[in-house]
Design a protein around this ligand. Structure first.
Ligand SMILES: [Zn+2]
Length: 376
């Protein structure tokens, strides 16, 4: 069992803090390519606000690294707000609902990094839960892939709702260029509403204009074409008259995606300081997650976290083989960030089993620790 934390009197190792940083803000911005004129209508539905989720975090004995690279907090967390329809609107008919527009495992292969901006004032933004998982003028939902390797593996874009393909482009490359054209598919549904699937991988579309697609049908692969910082799907819905629809705010989702009311660690690992991914954009290149390190290597502790708000305080603790604890770092976020990544490195360590814990505002930020072994 994992003990509760006290102070950290152990100063027997100096941990270098110098390389702390690499605050890789990942807000995939894009040029809005609307299928219809952007209607400056502020959505009027009332988001259903649930009380904060319980911090149902169970501790367990260290498990193999591979099992903990993905965040487990959301697995155990949270009754989803998406289960609850707004009492002010009639329930939508089944055929009007939207299913997940992509394949892959939720919160492992991808996560939602931005929702529709509900605040139409200039220079202000607010998502459907009055949170900061959006940016000013964002007109869709961004499903962010965990890295470039995942994109290259191929993650299918699925038709979220049945309809007819009315627009399609797939000649743009996946370099992610602010000035470049993007690849997209627009599907029109029976009621005249349209869904836009954007930033598709070059040459990956599997449908043609005029095709009828059924719900869940693969239509393309997620890419990084157009104005996209990192591989993601921008999914946007408009009514028949062009009004922007936030499927979360209007209770039109046929799937559960727990809104992250608190910051959480999405991925974390231990690697060698020499891992080249550390020097790159960690959202394109995920560092290694090693279960075993030699006594000669400087370990680097990395993580990616989601929904970090200004003033959130993050700290991390390394637990030595004899149970003593070493504070690795404490950070205070100075701005809201949908997704951030950090790493820090330490001196080479003596042999034995170690674990690493992450805390946001003194609460454990994921339900399991990282563990690794150092060997001669
Ligand atoms: Zn977007």
């Amino acid at each position: 069992m994992f003990q509760s934390y006290r102070r950290y009197p152990n100063k027997r190792f100096l941990v270098y803090f110098a390389l702390l940083g690499l605050l890789a803000a990942c807000v995939p911005t894009e040029t809005v390519r609307s299928p219809a004129t952007r209607a400056a209508v502020k959505p009027t539905s009332v988001a259903t606000i649930l009380p904060p989720p319980e911090t149902a975090v169970s501790h367990s004995t260290p498990t193999p690294i591979e099992e903990v690279i993905q965040n487990k907090r959301l697995d155990t967390a949270v009754s989803s707000p998406l289960n609850t329809r707004s009492p002010l609107s009639a329930p939508a008919a089944e055929e009007q609902l939207y299913y997940l527009p992509l394949d892959g495992e939720m919160n492992v292969d991808w996560l939602i990094s931005n929702y529709v901006d509900q605040d139409w004032e200039a220079y202000q933004s607010s998502d459907y839960r009055q949170g900061n998982l959006t940016y000013d003028g964002h007109t869709g939902t961004d499903f962010l892939l965990r890295d470039l390797a995942k994109m290259e593996e191929g993650v299918a874009v699925l038709a979220a709702r049945a309809g007819t393909v009315v627009e399609l482009h797939d000649a743009a490359n996946d370099a992610g260029n602010i000035d470049a054209e993007t690849n997209f598919i627009t599907i029109e549904h029976a009621d005249g509403s349209k869904a836009l699937y954007q930033h598709l991988q070059q040459g990956s579309t599997q449908v043609a204009v005029g095709d009828f697609v059924s719900v869940g049908q693969p239509i393309a692969l997620i890419g990084n074409s157009g104005n996209s910082l990192n591989p993601h799907l921008h999914f946007e819905v408009r009514s028949a008259n062009g009004r922007l629809i936030d499927i979360f705010n209007e209770g039109l989702t046929a799937f559960d995606y727990p809104y992250p009311d608190k910051p959480y660690v999405f991925q974390a690992g231990v690697t060698r300081l020499s891992d080249p991914a550390l020097q790159n954009d960690m959202f394109r290149y995920t560092p290694n997650t090693l279960a075993v390190l030699p006594t000669t290597a400087s370990p680097a502790f990395w993580f990616k976290a989601v929904n970090v708000q200004a003033q959130d305080r993050l700290h991390s603790v390394l637990v030595y083989p004899d149970g003593t604890e070493q504070a690795l770092f404490t950070l205070q976020a100075n701005q809201n960030q949908a997704v951030v990544s950090w790493y820090i490195y330490a001196n080479p360590l003596p042999p034995g089993w170690y674990s690493v814990w992450y805390f946001f505002n003194d609460e454990v930020a994921s339900s399991q620790s990282l563990s690794f072994q150092v060997v001669r």
